[in-house]
Design a protein around this ligand. Structure first.
Ligand code: FRU
Length: 493
């Protein structure tokens, strides 16, 4: 039975999604059919399709009582809308159905684990949130919330916790058939714990251990944890709130971390070995991963910064995009990200330049467009002080990517991209060259640029709402720089 609230959301999407013309949306980055989205949820492969759900409020371009929106794809690149699957329609989730994850049960049902948030009115008239973990099962289209919800509450945690911050379960199944989940919990003293739970049947859970903790050094609350094996190590990914900056490695505010280490499966203990940012650009948060049927670990994230969400550019009728799905690997202590290989099938019109000397601002024949996959190889030891590439470039607009070879700093700046808000527009990233060059694979859609730096060993993601006529790309150097280019248009017709 579909609740009134869910039916209302489905009717609303059906009626209003047509108001966004296809050209106003990205070509291959997921957005909500209408209204607001944030974190990717329930990223999974089920009955021959990739399912990508997301935090969703269809009625406004701003965060509201959270629903789950739904898109499906055969190849992780071309997505199709399905009706929303959850609305905040139960007493235990009447404040919102917060983030969570999904997997296929052995009996063929699609299982969702999410955070139900209940509104608890207080004596002083204020409202408190009560967060607990809940389940729902479905068939890839319709889902039914479990009658035993919530399945894990803060009372089930034998360490200090808070019912106001206990969320974002990520579920998986081990080879022995047992289920595990990690969730984020605040410990009440400004730190947060990543809590590990285990279950025989995915509905009855027991607390197993604290896997790691922010210890106040790496932000306060850690949101949206994910935990998985990658190339012989274990990765704990978290999205910390309230980080302090550390050189150019971590910026202030919301960030994302990949903590690599070793996991003792029998003892349920994780030993941290190294910590690195996941993406060093402006718009990247709450990543979630899945394992593809052919064994690739693929990650997708919300392509947006929380601190900028109040500033929806005029005329934009949806808000929030997800990144291109990225294949992960772990090499020499480094997380490596690449756009999923399925993107290659959409490449057309190759353009190549082997060695071009760049001095004053110039454009190169065939190198332009807004929807493309372009790798620029910049010799880092050239005779120049700064190299500047501009994309989404028109008479008044551009977003620049500049490299200072002396400081080994890459700077992204979207202050001329057309945003008329005094928000964060600039980010500097320490980028040492690799084998004498800095390689920038720029994966662009209409309203975003994702840079995979030096074979994906660092990434930087930025969004902009520059008018689509601004499709120039220029290169300039203070001094003389040498670049090579391999560029493809991405075609979705
Ligand atoms: C992260 C987050 C999650 C929460 C969701 C609510 O962006 O704050 O912790 O579940 O968004 O929409």
């Amino acid at each position: 039975m579909i609740s009134k609230l869910l039916q209302q959301a489905r009717d609303y999407e059906k009626e209003h999604m047509k108001e966004v013309a296809p050209a106003e949306r990205p070509c291959y980055h997921v957005t909500g059919s209408r209204g607001w989205i944030n974190d990717p949820n329930g990223f999974s492969f089920y009955k021959g399709e990739y399912h990508l759900f997301y935090q969703y409020y269809p009625y406004e371009n701003e965060w509201g009582p959270m629903h789950w929106g739904h898109s499906v794809s055969k190849d992780l690149i071309t997505w199709e809308y399905r009706p929303a699957i959850m609305a905040p329609d139960q007493p235990y989730d009447n404040f919102g159905c917060f983030s969570g994850s999904a997997l296929e049960l052995d009996d063929g049902r699609h299982l969702i684990m999410y955070t139900g948030v209940e509104k608890v009115p207080c004596a002083d008239g204020s409202i408190k949130q009560y967060q607990a973990q809940c389940m729902a099962v479905g068939d890839g289209r319709d889902y039914v919330k479990y009658e035993g919800n919530p399945v894990i509450t803060v009372k089930d945690i034998p360490v200090s916790g808070s019912s106001e911050d206990f969320r974002d379960p990520k579920i998986w199944q081990e080879d022995d058939g047992k289920f595990y989940a990690v969730a984020a919990g605040a410990a009440g003293d400004g730190t947060s714990n990543i809590l590990l739970f285990g279950s025989e049947d995915a509905f009855h859970w027991e607390f197993l251990n604290v896997l790691d903790s922010s210890s106040k050094k790496l932000g306060g609350m850690w949101e949206c944890p994910d935990f998985f094996e990658l190339d012989g190590k274990h990765m704990l990914m978290v999205s910390p709130m309230a980080m302090m900056p550390e050189g150019l490695k971590y910026h202030v505010g919301h960030g994302t971390l990949c903590i690599s280490g070793t996991y003792d499966k029998a003892a349920h203990t994780f030993h941290r070995e190294s910590v690195q940012p996941i993406d060093s650009g402006i718009d990247f948060y709450a990543p979630q991963t899945m394992l593809t049927p052919d064994g690739r670990r693929v990650m997708v994230a919300w392509m947006q910064a929380w601190s900028n969400t109040k500033f929806v550019p005029h005329g934009v009728k949806y808000f929030g995009q997800l990144t291109v799905p990225r294949e992960l690997s772990f090499r020499d202590g480094q997380l490596i990200q690449q756009p999923v290989r399925e993107l290659d099938a959409y490449r057309t019109d190759p353009v190549r330049y082997d060695r071009v000397e760049i001095t004053e601002e110039t454009s190169l024949e065939g190198v332009n467009g807004r929807v493309l996959d372009m790798t620029v190889k910049l010799q880092a030891d050239g005779n120049y002080e700064e190299f500047i590439m501009k994309v989404a470039c028109g008479d008044e607009y551009y977003t620049s990517v500049a490299y200072d070879p002396k400081k080994e700093v890459l700077c992204i700046d979207r202050s001329h991209s057309g945003y008329l808000f005094d928000i964060l527009h600039r980010r500097e990233i320490q980028v040492p060259p690799l084998n004498g060059a800095v390689t920038l694979r720029c994966v662009m859609d209409r309203f975003s640029l994702e840079i995979f730096i030096n074979d994906g060993s660092q990434t930087a993601t930025v969004t902009y709402f520059t008018p689509l006529e601004a499709e120039g790309i220029t290169f300039a150097a203070k001094g003389k720089a040498t670049i090579g280019i391999e560029k493809y248009a991405l075609s979705f017709s």
